[in-house]
Design a protein around this ligand. Structure first.
Ligand code: GAR
Length: 207
């Protein structure tokens, strides 16, 4: 089986990247993680990746004069590793249309909300303020507009009456760790539009 070679871009903790690395450790998983790259040298996830024998790199945005120069370096660092698909996993830099277009339909992201609701930051706090009863996460293809693009899959969780931002974030994150590996597998194997997946604790739907 020819596997899709994936670069995972992180900025910090990297728990979603870890869930992708763990899924990709299975012999029949259709993608392999060829690179974990951070824009921050202190990102905790880099150590996990190198401990797992995965190539790592850091392209520190602070060392570039502008966004364009940063993205040229980012693009070139990714291309050195023969990468087919880029997964953003807690990568907290906005990407310009130049980069997004270069990776059109080969760039996916996980966002901690049920898009198109709650684009941007502080999604859990905003959901609690609004009193929504369902919240969740989305994996989508990246387009130039922030947190927009064709949806690959979503997982919904209930919002409980005694939820805090942290308890809700924890419940959503647990679903992110299931959804992202499933969504990546779907993209890597070209199986979009084939089935939905029901889980006992939540509704997780992949196109
Ligand atoms: C995740 O909750 C991810 O959905 C979110 O950042 C967190 C990263 O955690 N991403 C965004 O907010 C992107 N707009 P992780 O580093 O442990 O994967």
């Amino acid at each position: 089986m020819t596997k899709t070679r994936v670069a995972v871009l992180i900025s910090g903790r990297g728990s979603n990247m870890m869930s992708l690395v763990e899924a990709a450790a299975c012999a029949d998983y259709p993608a392999e993680i060829g690179l974990v790259l951070s824009n921050r040298p202190d990102a905790a996830g880099l150590q996990f990746a190198s401990d797992h024998g995965i190539a790592t790199d850091c392209v520190d945005h602070k060392t570039f004069p502008d966004r364009e120069a940063f993205e040229i370096a980012l693009d070139s660092a990714i291309r050195k590793h023969d990468i087919d698909l880029v997964c953003l996993a807690g990568f907290m830099r906005l990407l310009t249309p130049w980069f997004v277009d270069r990776w059109h339909d080969r760039l996916i992201n996980i966002h901690p909300a049920l898009l198109p609701s709650y684009k941007g930051l502080d999604t859990h706090a905003r959901a609690l303020t609004d009193g929504v009863t369902l919240h969740g996460c989305t994996v989508h293809y990246v387009r130039a507009e922030m947190d927009a693009g064709p949806i690959i899959g979503q997982a919904a969780v209930p919002v409980l009456t005694d939820d805090t931002e942290s308890s809700l974030a924890k419940r959503v994150l647990a679903q992110e760790h299931k959804l992202y590996p499933e969504a990546l597998a779907r993209v890597a194997s070209g199986q979009l539009d084939q089935q939905t997946d029901l889980d006992q604790s939540c509704l997780r739907v992949l196109r």
